[in-house]
Design a binder for this molecule. Sequence first.
Ligand SMILES: [Zn+2]
Length: 146
Amino acid sequence: MISIATWLVREITQAAKESYPNECCGLLGGTGNLDGAITITQARATSNVAKGLIKNHFEVDPKVHFELIHELRGTNERVIGHYHSHPNHPARPSEEDLKMAFDPNLLWFIISLDQSRINEMKVYKINELTAAFQEIPLTTFVEDDQ
Ligand SMILES: [Zn+2]
């Protein structure tokens, strides 16, 4: 089970809207572990540094990834995953996504949107046995902006 505050959902979906029709991406910090429960505690937007068309590709800026790992060292938070958007496509991992999914410890948040609205947000992780994406239940909770 993954929990995320509604203000963070707003932050991520806003980034998806602003990048439309291109894919947005960013990193997620959180606490807990997948055997129990995970709470997402922060989102860090990065540029989409994918080479080629960013309408259907994304790559988190590795520099920001490194900085965030460094920043969270010694705290109870860690880099727990990342998010990206699927403009005009369902919130289902693409074949391209599967090629890039080599870290079983990272959660994948995918936001589906079209020009006028956010359709849905889903979370996946790589199942180490099947090497396929597996959806994980997501719940949102209301918490004041920090
Ligand atoms: Zn994707």
